[in-house]
Design a protein around this ligand. Structure first.
Ligand SMILES: [Zn+2]
Length: 275
């Protein structure tokens, strides 16, 4: 199996993990820079992330054009990925999502701040981007290249950008890191909101956030978390596969009533033939 096959399999799995952990739902997407060509990236065709399989992964140029003419529908917001890879050569994976815990912050325009050690992986600040500032009334979707470039400018050198009335875009050095950062920044939003409801939010200091992020973004914690999320996903997928197989077997098996009915038909026929 080539490295590219491995990356496509991991990317499909990242889609399903992020859906299973409630960061993605029917919408949102995750991409990774091509392992052999930094001028390309890999992204699924337009599909609910929970359903994405390695065969769904397509290759794009940094202008977000498919390398092979597509036979299947593509994500309309794919320019987010290409524009960020162009603006940030250090970025190797991107997640765009509308996680429920982030939405109150982007609707209210309230700053998201690191409130616990794992949340520090979002960075000390997540800047806002408002499509209204440069583009006025839009569908809110980032579809035009100029919109993607504007979003990438707002992201700057940060790890995450909050998109007013829309969602968030998160970047990372690699796929496992961006999944870690996406899940824990969404959890951070949930904790910040609940702490606020209790009466007060005491965020980490810049020094604490930097030390905590430095610790948690090491391979050890990231791989430990990936193994945990992948294990949870495997269990759910195994349960679904077992339930589907058992339903199929039940449909194929003749029911007791059908068997009894057939047996009585055979008995009647035998009786008739003896007359
Ligand atoms: Zn979106």
């Amino acid at each position: 199996m080539s490295n590219l096959d491995d990356v496509c399999r991991e990317l499909a799995r990242a889609n399903r993990i992020l859906a299973h952990e409630d960061v993605l739902d029917a919408f949102g997407h995750v991409s990774v820079r091509h392992p052999d060509d930094p001028g390309r990236y890999l992204l699924s065709r337009s599909r609910g992330p929970e359903l994405v399989q390695p065969d769904d992964i397509l290759e794009f140029t940094l202008d977000s054009e498919p390398v092979v003419p597509p036979t299947r529908r593509l994500y309309s917001e794919r320019v987010i990925h290409g524009c960020i890879y162009q603006a940030r050569p250090d970025v190797h994976a991107v997640v765009h999502h509308h996680a429920p815990s982030i939405m109150p912050f982007v609707i209210a325009g309230v700053d998201l701040v690191p409130v616990f050690h794992l949340g520090a992986t979002m960075g000390t600040k997540a800047p806002f981007w408002d499509s209204r500032d440069e583009f006025g009334d839009t569908s809110l979707l980032v579809i035009k290249p100029e919109e993607g470039r504007s979003l990438a400018r707002a992201l700057g050198s940060h790890a995450m950008v909050l998109m007013r009335r829309h969602g968030a875009t998160v970047v990372g050095d690699n796929l496992h890191q961006v999944v870690f950062r996406s899940i824990y920044s969404a959890r951070n939003a949930e904790h910040q909101w609940r702490a606020h409801a209790l009466g007060g939010v005491g965020p980490l200091t810049a020094g604490e956030a930097s030390l905590a992020a430095g610790h948690n973004l090491q391979p050890g914690p990231i791989e430990r978390a990936w193994e945990y999320w992948a294990g949870r996903l495997d269990k759910t997928e195994a349960l679904v596969a077992a339930a589907t197989a058992s339903q199929a077997a039940a449909r194929a098996r003749p029911t007791a009533r059908t068997t009894a009915h057939k047996a009585s038909g055979r008995a009647k026929r035998r009786k008739k033939s003896r007359r």
